[in-house]
Design a protein around this ligand. Structure first.
Ligand code: MIG
Length: 746
C-alpha cells in the first residue's frame, strides 16, 4: 500500500515499498490547482480530477528484485520517455532506462544514452497526466491499455502530475526537476564538427573556409584527437600552442568546444591520473580496487561523480581547457561507455588476432560488448561514505558529471553562461546541459526519426536538443546533407558532425548547388535569431519545449498524435521537412488555424492535407496567421555587431508578438538585466495601429532601427500610428513598411 503525499495542488508523490536513491533530482515546488485528488480506495490508488477517476492502480508486486505497479488510464496514448527510438506516440511499447552507448540506432534499439523515467498519458477530452518514476536505478515501462512502471529497487517513488494540457504537464515536470537556463547566445548558431579536426591548422582551415564561403558559423568542435593520447584535460602534439590557436579562432569569430570523456588513463606520469588517485577519486570494483575499463586511452579509471569532492576535483581539472580559451565542453562516453574490462582483454586480443573484430573502429568493439553495464561489478560512495551499486548510480552518472562541469564554468568563467553538450543524462539534465542524440547514421530513415526523438526529449523537459546534421555514421550524399540541414536549421541545437572514416560532410563537400542550399538555410537560422532566442527564453521560463509536436495545438484531436514528420518551432513556425530522396514535394497536414507559406505567402486552411512543392533548395515552412516573426540582419556569427536592426514580419492583419533580448553571455539576466517587449498590431478601417511596450526593461538593448513589414496589406493604408502617434509608412502595392528607432519608442 503506497504512502500518498500531496506536494501541491497538481502533484502527488506516491511511494510504494522502500525505494532508495543516492541523489534526489527534484526541487521544491509551488502550484495553485486544487481539483486533483489522490486516494486509496479498497487498498488501490485512485487519481481523481473533479470527481472523475483518471488513473487507477490495478496491481503492485515484487519479482526478482524488480518492483512493479500497474495502472490504467482509459484509451491512453503515451509521450515522452526522454530519448527513445520510434514515433511520438509510444503506446504498446516496452522500455528500459539504463544509460547505454549503442551506436547502431535500429528502430527497436532500447535503451539509449539518456534515461528520463517520465511520460505523459494523453487521451482526447481528458486531462493529460504525467508520471515521473523518481528512481535513479534501472526502470522499466510497458504501455498499453494498462501501463506498468517498474524499478530495480525495493519500492518505487512516483510523482503524478496533472495537466490538464500536455504543455502544463511538461511545465510542471520541469518545475519539479529544473528548467534550462538561458544558454549563451552563440550556442544557438550553426556549429561545425567532425571526428576529428585533428590539428590546429586543420581546424583553422575549416573556420577560414566557412568565412570565405560566407557560411555563418559560431563554433568549431575538437573531438578526441586534440588530446595527448586521449588523456583528458591535455593538449597533444597537434595542438602545441592551444592559446594562440584559440586566439586566432576568436579573431575569426569562432568559439571552441572540446570533447571530454570521463575515463582517465591509468598512467603514473599523468597529472590528472595522479591527482585523481591521490584523492582516491575513482569508482571501485567489488573487491575495493579501482575499477578498470578500456576506452580510447586504453586502461582507464572512472571518477566517482557521486562524491562532491570528486566533482570539485573534476571541475578544477578544466583549468587547462579554460585558460587556453575553450568556450564550451562536450561530454561524451558518459553513460559511461566502457568497451571492455581487464578480465575480457585476453578474449579481445584473441578475437582481434583472428580478425573477427576490428578495434580500429571502436564501434565494432562496442557493438560486440553492447549491453555490458557493470551494474553489480562497480560500486560508488556518496558523501556520507555510503556504498551504492553502480546500477543505482549509472543513470545519473552523466548528470553528476554535468554538475561538475557546470562547477568548472563557475570556477573559471564566473558570471559567464556555461555551454555543456552531453550525450547521456537523466531527468533534469537540462539544468546543466544541451543534448544531442548521439551516433545516428547518414540514412534518410534517421533524418526522419530525429524529429520524434527530439520532440520526445522536449516533452520530457529537455528543450535544447539536436542531432548530428548529415548523420554521424555512414556516408552522406549531397541531397541528404542539404535536406538534413534544411531541417536541422529548425532544431534547437544545430550542429553538423560526422564520424572518422566516413565521407566529408562540411557544407562544401558536395559542390556548389548543395552548398548554396545549405548556406541559404543557415542564413535563415541567423536571420531568425531574435525569434529563436525569444523561444528559448520562454522555454527557460515556462519549460515548454522550443520544438513541439502538433498535438500541443489541440490534444483533443487524436489525429495529431501520429504526426511525426512535421513540427512546431516556437509559437508561430510549422516545419515540414523532406524525408525522402528525390522528393520535390510532400503532403502537409495543416493544423488548427490558418498557416501561410513563408516562401510565397500562400494561405492554407486548417484540418486539410495539401501537396506542397519543395525543390531541393527549399522545405515547406509555414507561419501561423496573425503572428509576428522577428528577424535581424545577416551576420557571420551570432551578435557579431554591437547594434542590430530588427525586422518584424506581420502575417495577417493583427498580431501580438514577444521579443526577448539580453547580453547573450552573462548571468545578469537573472538579476533582471533583460528586455522583454510586447508588440501588438491591429487593423482599423483607415490603417494600422502599432503598440510596443516593455514588459521588462533592464538592459541597454542591441536593436537600433526597427522595420515592421505588414505582408499582404490589403489596401492603400492611409494612416499608421505607433504608440498613439502617427508615423510615416510606405506601401509598395503588397507590403506596407514602417521604420523607426527602437530608442524613440522605449
Ligand atoms: O567511440 O569521440 O557520439 O560524436 O565523435 C566513439 C568520438 C566516441 C562518440 C560520439 C561521437 C564522437 C565519437 N565518440
Amino acid at each position: 500500500m503506497p504512502t500518498i503525499e500531496k506536494i501541491n495542488g497538481s502533484i502527488f508523490k506516491v511511494v510504494y515499498g522502500n525505494p532508495t536513491n543516492p541523489v534526489d533530482v527534484t526541487l521544491p515546488y509551488e502550484d495553485a490547482y486544487s481539483g486533483l485528488k489522490c486516494e486509496e480506495i479498497n487498498g488501490k490508488l485512485q487519481v481523481i480530477d473533479a470527481g472523475k477517476t483518471i488513473i487507477s492502480e490495478k496491481d503492485s508486486k515484487v519479482d526478482g528484485g524488480i518492483f512493479s505497479v500497474t495502472f490504467s488510464y482509459e484509451n491512453a496514448h503515451f509521450f515522452g520517455f526522454g530519448e527513445k527510438m520510434g514515433y511520438l506516440d509510444k503506446r504498446g511499447k516496452h522500455f528500459k532506462m539504463q544509460n547505454m552507448d549503442n551506436p547502431l540506432h535500429t528502430p527497436d534499439l532500447d535503451p539509449m544514452y539518456i534515461s528520463i523515467p517520465f511520460f505523459i498519458a494523453v487521451s482526447p477530452k481528458k486531462p493529460a497526466m504525467g508520471i515521473f518514476a523518481n528512481s535513479t536505478s534501472y526502470t522499466f515501462f510497458k504501455t498499453g491499455n494498462d501501463f506498468d512502471v517498474s524499478a530495480k529497487d525495493d519500492g518505487i517513488e512516483l510523482y503524478l502530475i496533472y495537466g490538464p494540457k500536455v504543455q502544463d504537464v511538461v511545465g510542471k515536470f520541469t518545475q519539479l526537476v529544473g528548467k534550462m537556463e538561458m544558454p549563451p547566445a552563440w550556442s544557438l548558431g550553426y556549429q561545425q564538427s567532425r571526428w576529428s579536426y585533428s590539428t590546429a591548422s586543420e581546424a583553422l582551415d575549416i573556420a577560414k573556409k566557412l568565412r570565405s564561403d560566407d557560411i555563418p558559423c559560431d563554433v568549431i568542435y575538437l573531438d578526441i584527437d586534440y588530446m595527448d593520447g586521449y588523456r583528458v584535460f591535455t593538449w597533444g602534439e597537434n595542438f602545441k600552442a592551444p592559446k594562440s590557436f584559440s586566439q586566432e579562432m576568436k579573431k575569426l569569430g569562432f568559439k571552441i568546444v572540446t570533447i571530454i570523456d570521463p575515463g582517465v588513463k591509468v598512467d603514473e606520469n599523468y597529472e590528472i591520473y595522479k591527482s585523481g588517485k591521490s584523492l582516491d577519486a575513482f569508482v571501485k570494483d567489488r573487491s575495493g580496487k579501482d575499477f578498470t575499463g578500456y576506452v580510447w586511452p586504453g586502461r582507464c579509471n572512472f571518477p566517482d561523480f557521486l562524491r562532491s569532492d570528486v566533482r570539485e576535483w573534476w571541475a578544477k581539472s578544466h583549468k587547462s581547457l579554460f585558460e587556453n580559451g575553450v568556450d564550451g565542453v562536450w561530454n561524451d562516453m558518459n553513460e559511461p561507455a566502457i568497451v571492455w574490462t581487464d578480465s575480457k582483454t585476453s578474449k579481445v586480443f584473441e578475437l582481434m588476432q583472428k580478425g573477427e573484430i576490428d578495434f580500429q573502429i571502436l564501434g565494432e568493439a562496442k557493438a560486440f560488448f553492447a549491453q555490458e553495464d557493470f551494474g553489480d561489478e562497480i560500486v560508488h560512495k556518496d558523501d556520507k561514505g555510503k556504498i551504492w551499486p553502480h546500477f543505482k548510480v549509472r543513470n545519473i552518472y552523466a548528470y553528476l558529471e554535468a554538475m561538475a562541469t557546470k562547477q568548472a564554468f563557475e570556477m573559471y568563467k564566473p558570471n559567464k553562461r556555461p555551454f555543456i553538450l552531453t550525450r547521456a543524462g537523466f531527468a533534469g539534465i537540462q539544468k546543466y546541459a544541451a543534448v544531442w542524440t548521439g551516433d545516428n547514421s547518414s540514412w534518410w530513415e534517421h533524418l526522419e526519426i530525429e524529429m520524434p526523438i527530439s520532440m520526445g526529449l522536449g516533452m520530457s523537459g529537455v528543450a535544447f536538443t539536436g542531432t548530428d546534421v548529415g548523420g554521424f555514421g555512414g556516408n552522406a550524399d549531397g541531397e541528404l546533407l542539404a535536406r538534413w540541414t534544411e531541417m536541422g536549421a529548425f532544431f534547437p541545437f544545430f550542429r553538423n558532425h560526422s564520424a572518422i572514416g566516413t565521407s566529408r560532410q562540411e557544407p562544401w563537400s558536395f559542390g556548389k548547388q548543395i552548398e548554396d542550399t545549405i548556406r541559404k538555410y543557415i542564413k535563415l537560422r541567423y536571420a531568425l535569431f531574435p525569434y529563436i532566442y525569444t523561444a528559448f527564453y520562454f522555454s527557460h521560463k515556462d519549460g515548454v519545449p522550443v520544438m513541439r509536436p502538433l498535438l500541443f495545438l489541440d490534444q483533443d484531436n487524436e489525429n495529431l498524435y501520429s504526426i511525426n514528420d512535421e513540427f512546431l518551432f516556437g509559437d508561430s513556425i510549422l516545419v515540414a521537412p523532406i524525408t525522402r530522396p528525390n522528393a520535390t514535394w510532400r503532403t502537409v497536414y495543416i493544423p488548427k488555424g490558418k498557416w501561410i507559406d513563408m516562401r510565397n505567402g500562400n494561405l492554407y486552411e486548417e484540418d486539410h492535407v495539401y501537396k506542397i512543392d519543395a525543390p531541393l533548395d527549399e522545405i515547406p515552412i509555414f507561419i501561423k496567421e496573425n503572428s509576428m516573426i522577428f528577424k535581424t540582419d545577416p551576420a557571420n556569427y551570432i551578435l557579431e555587431k554591437e547594434k542590430m536592426n530588427l525586422y518584424v514580419d506581420i502575417y495577417g492583419q493583427e498580431a501580438v508578438g514577444y521579443l526577448y533580448e539580453d547580453d547573450g553571455e552573462t548571468l545578469d539576466y537573472k538579476a533582471g538585466k533583460y528586455n522583454l517587449y510586447e508588440f501588438a498590431v491591429g487593423a482599423l478601417s483607415q490603417g494600422y495601429t502599432i503598440g510596443i511596450k516593455a514588459l521588462n526593461h533592464g538592459y541597454v538593448g542591441k536593436y537600433k532601427k526597427v522595420q515592421m513589414n505588414f505582408l499582404n496589406a490589403p489596401r492603400q493604408i492611409i494612416e499608421v500610428t505607433l504608440n498613439g502617434k502617427k508615423i510615416e509608412s510606405h506601401f509598395d502595392g503588397k507590403t506596407l513598411k514602417v521604420e523607426f528607432e527602437m530608442e524613440d519608442v522605449i
